[in-house]
Design a protein around this ligand. Structure first.
Ligand code: K1U
Ligand code: ZN
Length: 203
């Protein structure tokens, strides 16, 4: 496995993967690996990077999106932003379906209208084992490019609207815990510092 990992590291668009899932060949005879990527955890400073617009939707972007989907499913998430896997490109994947077979891939997503407000309990793959209530817009209009380079404008409400706002925040270097009160953030920081100390003692 290590040999395969080192071999494919130079060939894939996403080189920060943890596991190779499958290997195939494209029409040029080049190896393409589907990979589970490493998800960054708070307080990793790379989560504060601001992602940049995707200029051209080529095979590299398709490979990133595919790897992000595989990573999101393997982590039991309903969304994932490229920033969370240390890729500074404006790419988001979401799947709210029960069967995990209705993936949404949003390239350069942007919110164009915000309406109303609702409070919902949120989690984050970058802040494991912590959930809290966040107030966000209830209805949104948003636009994005598809992998086929089509510009789409659409509306969302409920969990989808919350998830899109959460993921676009990631692309701008923002985390849901930034919305919490200073006291709650302080408690969370203490909890994480304690977990880090325990882990360091275990190493
Ligand atoms: O961006 C992420 O970290 C993914 C995050 C998305 C999200 C969840 C809930 C509200 C807003 C955004 C997750 O998927 S965390 C996992 C989780 O909380 C969850 C998983 C399955 C169903 C519902 C929530
Ligand atoms: Zn998150």
């Amino acid at each position: 496995m290590l040999v395969a990992t080192l071999f494919y590291r130079g060939l894939t668009a996403t080189n920060n993967f943890s596991y190779i899932l499958s290997v195939s060949y494209n029409h040029l005879g080049v190896n393409i690996a589907m990979a589970i990527l490493e998800v960054l955890h708070f307080p990793d400073p790379r989560l504060r990077n601001k992602a940049i617009l995707v200029e051209e939707i080529g095979p590299d972007i398709k490979e990133i999106a595919e790897n992000m989907l595989v990573t999101m499913y393997s982590e039991n998430g309903i969304g994932l932003a490229a920033t969370q896997v240390n890729i500074q490109k404006r790419i988001v994947v979401i799947d709210l379906s029960e069967e995990k077979n209705e993936p949404l891939i949003l390239i350069n997503p942007e919110i164009t209208k915000l309406e109303g407000s609702e409070s919902m309990r949120e989690g984050c793959l970058s802040v494991p084992d912590y959930y809290d209530i966040v107030e966000r817009a209830e209805n949104i209009e948003y636009c994005h490019k598809t992998l086929e380079n089509k510009l789409v404008t659409t509306n969302a409400d409920g969990l989808l609207a919350v998830c899109i706002q959460h993921e676009i925040d990631h692309l701008d270097g923002k985390l849901f815990i930034d919305y919490l009160s200073p006291l709650k953030r302080q408690r969370l920081k203490k909890k994480i510092d304690k977990q880090e100390k325990v882990q360091q003692n275990l190493l």
